[in-house]
Design a protein around this ligand. Structure first.
Ligand SMILES: [Zn+2]
Length: 133
């Protein structure tokens, strides 16, 4: 965020040479794959824009934190998983999309409200300070 001076996950993916592919994916929100050193993020083009943006942020989290794993399809249910990689990606996405004031903790309920999902996603409680640039 500081390096590229943006919070936009689509712009960040571009800067990091991660290809974004949008197409209808049924009930899957998106996924991340690594093919011959090429990082790709698939996003369901038929879900609400806020969910596409969160999915891009979540998959960007996998691309940055777990680049060599081909991460499982993200469905809305993935938000509520106890899988460590998924929780890390959810936390990364929440920090990117909903940064808080200095030292303040965001809550998974706030994220759920923003995404218009009934159940609060599983996140690590970490302070996500908004980068100043
Ligand atoms: Zn994931």
């Amino acid at each position: 965020m500081r390096k590229y001076r943006t919070y936009d996950p689509f712009d960040l993916a571009d800067y990091l040479h991660i290809e974004i592919i949008k197409r209808p994916l049924g009930n899957i929100w998106g996924f991340y794959i690594l093919i011959r050193r090429n990082k790709q993020i698939y996003i369901n083009s038929e879900i609400e824009y806020i969910k596409q943006k969160f999915t891009c942020s979540h998959e960007l989290g996998h691309a940055v934190l777990h680049p060599k794993e081909n991460c499982p399809f993200m469905r809305s249910s993935t938000l509520f998983t106890i899988n460590k990689l998924e929780i890390e990606a959810n936390t990364f996405a929440a920090c990117l999309m909903f940064p808080t004031a200095d030292g303040e903790l965001y809550t998974s309920k706030q994220v759920a409200a923003a995404l218009n999902v009934a159940e609060a996603p599983v996140l690590y409680e970490v302070a996500c300070t908004k980068a100043i640039f």
